[in-house]
Design a protein around this ligand. Structure first.
Ligand SMILES: Nc1ncnc2c1ncn2[C@@H]1O[C@H](COP(=O)(O)OP(=O)(O)OP(=O)(O)O)[C@@H](O)[C@H]1O
Length: 300
């Protein structure tokens, strides 16, 4: 399904048919009627929208809706079968090394590997160095800065595997920040985080945005999405909405994307759910009441 065929597309998402925006240095991601496939099977269609530098985009939708697929497509790891994508002004996969940071949903590092937190972060500087060059003082300096950004300077010399799960995730985020990317892609970064780590991550994301970094976050948490992201892409194998959060995270579109009823949609959005009123009993006249059969005991 293309965006034009969808009945409910948030305002501000009208595709600019046939036209690819010129890169002006302030636009991190531009998608136009994008369709993605694994092999021959399209799994996500009709995605059109823009993310500007210094803003965050939430990818939300039910399981299997295409959030991770879209993130991976921005890295050039998934086949584009229709439409176009520009990432920092380039086709996906063509961006200069280190200009895009990615933290996958499942840690790609064996925690039993005997390396310190700082060593892990330094790994993030390697791709931008080019072949045959090894990280030096400048890279270690940047890596210490990145650890500071995620509030973990004090664990620099601790073994990565000994850190808590939330700390490990923040170290992996620091690894992604060490190359000073202009676009950061995070797959379900809030999963399994306790409140302090969650708050810390929210602060880190705000700081990145203030520094002009663009952020794309996939999340199941629509309340968090509203808190941290100016833009939202609501997916369900196709685009249900893409635009400002207040236009996309609305009950009608959430119901549509999740195939949910109004109560479920309200809960997902953190809106008050109308209390269930007991079904009104028919009002009987006193004559009818007298003649009525008594309900058996225990009958609801
Ligand atoms: N490597 C793959 N090969 C074939 N199909 C895949 C592959 N990875 C994902 N898919 C399919 O693509 C669709 C979208 O998957 P994706 O992982 O992008 O969804 P998601 O929204 O991130 O889901 P979740 O919320 O469960 O993480 C699903 O139907 C999934 O089965």
């Amino acid at each position: 399904m293309t965006i034009a065929e969808q009945p409910h597309v948030a305002a501000g998402t009208t595709p600019t048919a046939g036209r690819t925006a010129e890169y002006d240095g302030t636009t991190a991601v531009v998608l136009e009627d994008l369709a993605l496939a694994y092999g021959r099977t399209p799994v996500l269609t009709g995605v059109t929208g823009t993310l500007r530098a210094g803003q965050a985009l939430a990818l939300v939708g039910p399981n299997g809706s295409g959030k991770t697929t879209l993130l991976r497509a921005l890295l050039g790891m998934v086949r584009i079968v229709n439409g176009t994508a520009r990432v920092n002004g380039q086709a996906p996969g063509r961006a200069p090394a280190g200009s895009i940071g990615y933290v996958p949903q499942v840690a790609d590092l064996d925690p039993t590997f005997p390396v310190t937190a700082l060593d892990v972060v330094v790994m993030g500087t390697v791709s931008a160095l080019g072949p045959l060059r090894r990280p030096g003082r400048r890279e270690r300096e940047r890596s210490r800065d990145a650890l500071g950004t995620v509030g973990l300077s004090h664990v620099a010399t601790r073994r990565f595997g000994e850190l808590s799960g939330g700390q490990q995730q923040r170290v992996l985020l620091a690894r992604c920040l060490a190359s000073r990317p202009r676009l950061v892609l995070l797959d379900e970064p809030f999963n399994g985080l306790d409140q302090p780590n969650r708050d810390a991550l929210l602060r880190i994301l705000s700081g990145l945005k203030s520094d002009g970094v663009a952020v794309v976050v996939s999340t199941h948490d629509l309340i968090l999405a509203q808190e941290v992201c100016e833009q939202v892409a609501l997916l369900a194998g196709h685009q249900v909405g893409f635009g400002p959060r207040e236009e996309v995270l609305v009950p009608a579109l959430v119901e549509q994307a999740y195939g949910a009823g109004p109560e479920h949609a309200a809960r997902l959005l953190g809106l008050p759910v109308a209390p269930h009123l007991p079904t009104a009993s028919p009002v009987l006249s006193s004559d009818e009441a007298v003649g009525a059969d008594p309900l058996p005991v225990g009958t609801a």
